[in-house]
Ligand binder design. Structure first.
Ligand SMILES: Cc1ncc(COP(=O)(O)O)c(C=O)c1O
Length: 635
């Protein structure tokens, strides 16, 4: 670290380290042409952090620079300029494939300095890029503009701040307006017991439930709309009602959710999401499963962007399809081959079709109440379907082997396959882990009948285990259906299968205009690799377990009888006797107001982007939520 003047101490500059490319006054404008000749072009280190850093170094401070640059000439120029003045550039990292952010100032002969800003690598800077150790002893931490630091959440900055010593002063460029909480309805109740569970302290200034920093809700207060007291979400709902049947449909319809829930979401990063009005939440639904590494995971986004530059929807699949098939076959023990589609329903339907093609039989057994998708043969709402759509289904009870044996007997020599979920996760009900004896029994039943054992790993795949979810149980299916988490939020599904079913898989005709899209496949390769490299399954399990322990402890301290079921990474909370989910709705609505986005009637999902601060925030919100339930029950 640079020790130019120990009296001024160490300063850390975090943010936009960009070169100002100064075009000096022109000598002459050639007549009849629109080009100008510059007498000189100079590059200087500038930006909210770099320029200030150089100035501080000139004054004698020991300056440490943290930021992201591209691998290009501009980056060489800016680091050289900073080093020349004694700035320690050890915290600047290079982002492959991104250009260096720059400001171009083409100074006009009349002295005007119009600026062109070129956004580049700075917004890609994430917490994982920063070595926190060297900033520990900073006297001052100068943080760049929030819009330039798009890759960092408020909570990331809070973590960096937490790492510095207590005497460190923090300064932010272009400080955003103070976040507005949405904690209305937080009931200050005294719990029955004295114990107050929860994890750690949190930075209240950067809490969820606040407005997205630096952004104003679009359209708010526009007099010509006649809706100045409506939120963006309300306005969007009103418009949607006119052009989308029912206003919204499917599992993402906010209709059945408590009123506090937003219908429309603006975006997400890591474990945080923002609704259309800019309110921030810790995300415990992860887009109903697909987001496993966190929103906008840098390696996945970079892989998708690289592939998108080359091509996505083409006359033939991209080479990455073979890479992905090889990776999945190497990762999932029972897989000898892979086929791809777009949604989970495609994959479960395809598994049934392959089982029928291979065996020449018709009947598929499914567990009563299990969800396998939204096609006519499996949709939970029968409107628009016919009895014939389900004529070839038989039913058994999950974890009840005798019921499966009975259904198999009824199917007789027409049994093509048994479809089963890794555990019982029917929406609205307590979850039930699989009894290994039941899983082994289904395997034996399929072997006995020459039928396919089909595992529907659409919801659990890559969250419970890196192989199939039944690998730890020791049971290999013949076919498995995957989607949701395999591409960290990109639209992709897969069917994996054993060699014994390769023939059936080759015989059927299945396809879709977008089933061969290369971008989701590139994202999937990056997702699987990141899951392995980041030990993501273990991380999710760790945070999921802490979440469970915290919530169960809180429920006890509020003297509320709850059941917290399912694996820690996909938990579900119910209240004793809460048949109509009334208490669950009170709980969820208050948790949402406190900044935790969870669901009253569907299992939740933990992502690997979760941090200790996220967990502390969630537990703070759930504590308020239990208080609201207690109040609802009349103490
Ligand atoms: C277990 C299971 N199978 C199949 C599906 C259908 O997947 P998709 O909605 O992608 O069609 C889902 C979706 O939630 C699911 O949870």
């Amino acid at each position: 670290m640079n020790k130019a003047n120990p009296d001024l101490g160490q300063v850390t500059m975090l943010g936009a380290h960009i070169p100002d490319v100064l075009g000096r006054p022109v000598e002459a404008i050639p007549s009849g042409q629109h080009s100008v000749r510059l007498s000189e072009i100079r590059a200087t280190a500038a930006g909210t952090a770099a320029g200030t850093g150089v100035d501080l170094a000139k004054l004698g401070a020991s300056v440490y620079a943290v930021g992201a640059l591209g691998v290009d000439l501009l980056a060489d120029m800016v680091t050289a300029a900073m080093r020349k003045h004694g700035v320690d550039t050890g915290g600047l990292i290079r982002k492959q494939g991104a250009q260096t952010s720059a400001t171009i100032l083409p100074i006009r002969p009349n002295g005007d300095r119009p600026a062109l800003h070129v956004p580049g690598a700075t917004p890609l800077l994430g917490l994982r890029d920063i070595d926190l150790e060297p900033i520990r002893n900073s006297r001052a931490l100068l943080i760049g503009a929030p819009d330039a630091l798009a890759g960092m959440t408020g909570e990331d900055l809070a973590r960096i701040k937490a790492r510095t010593t207590r005497t460190t002063r923090t300064t932010r460029a272009n400080r955003p307006p103070r976040p507005r909480g949405r904690r209305g309805g937080h009931h200050r109740l005294r719990r029955p017991g004295r114990h107050r569970p929860g994890l750690g302290r949190r930075d209240r200034e950067l809490r969820p439930g606040a407005r997205l920093p630096g952004r104003r809700a679009a359209g708010r207060g526009r007099p010509d709309q006649g809706a100045h007291d409506m939120t963006n979400d309300q306005q969007l709902r009103q418009r949607a009602k006119a052009v989308i049947p029912g206003g919204m449909y499917g599992h993402q319809s906010a209709g059945p959710l408590p009123d506090a829930y937003p219908q429309f979401m603006r975006g997400g990063r890591g474990a945080r999401v923002w609704d259309a009005d800019g309110h921030e939440y810790v995300d415990l639904m992860c887009s109903y499963g697909p987001v496993v590494l966190g929103h906008q995971h840098p390696a996945v986004e970079a892989a998708a962007a690289r592939q998108a530059k080359m091509g996505d929807c083409q006359n033939g699949p991209a080479p990455v399809m073979v890479d992905l098939a090889e990776l999945l076959v190497a990762t999932v023990k029972h897989a000898d081959w892979a086929m791809f589609a777009r949604n989970g329903t495609d994959a479960t339907t395809m598994c049934c079709t392959i089982a029928r093609a291979q065996t020449g039989r018709r009947k598929i057994l499914v567990a009563k109440g299990a969800y396998h998708g939204a096609a006519p043969w499996c949709t939970p709402k029968p409107a628009g379907t016919t009895a014939a759509d389900r004529a070839n289904l038989g039913h058994y009870t999950f974890n009840d082997l005798a019921s499966a044996q009975k259904a198999a007997e009824a199917a007789g020599d027409d049994l093509a396959g048994i479809l089963v979920s890794p555990f019982k996760h029917d929406a609205g009900y307590d979850q039930e882990l699989v009894d290994p004896a039941f899983a082994r029994g289904l395997r034996a039943l399929c072997d006995q009948h020459g039928a396919a054992l089909i595992l529907d790993d659409v919801r659990c795949g890559f969250r419970l285990h890196l192989g199939s979810s039944w690998e730890p149980v020791g049971v290999d299916p013949d076919l498995s259906a995957w989607s949701k988490a395999i591409a960290n939020g990109r639209a992709l599904a897969a069917v994996l299968g054993r060699d014994a079913f390769r023939g059936g898989a080759s015989d059927i005709f299945v396809t879709g205009s977008f089933w061969f899209s290369a971008v989701p496949m590139a994202a999937a390769v990056a997702t699987v690799n990141a899951l392995k490299e980041e030990h993501a399954v273990e991380a999710m399990h760790r945070y999921g377990t802490q979440l469970r322990d915290g919530i169960v402890d809180q429920a006890r301290s509020w003297d509320l009888a709850v059941r917290y079921t399912g694996p820690p990474v996909m938990p579900y909370l119910t209240f004793a006797g809460d048949r109509d989910h009334e208490l669950a709705s009170v709980f969820a609505a208050q948790a949402l107001r406190g900044g935790a986005y969870l669901h009253p009637r569907h299992n939740w999902f933990v992502s690997a982007a979760m941090t200790g601060d996220d967990l502390a925030l969630v537990l703070d919100a759930t504590d308020q939520a239990f208080a609201a339930v207690r109040k609802h029950l009349g103490q």
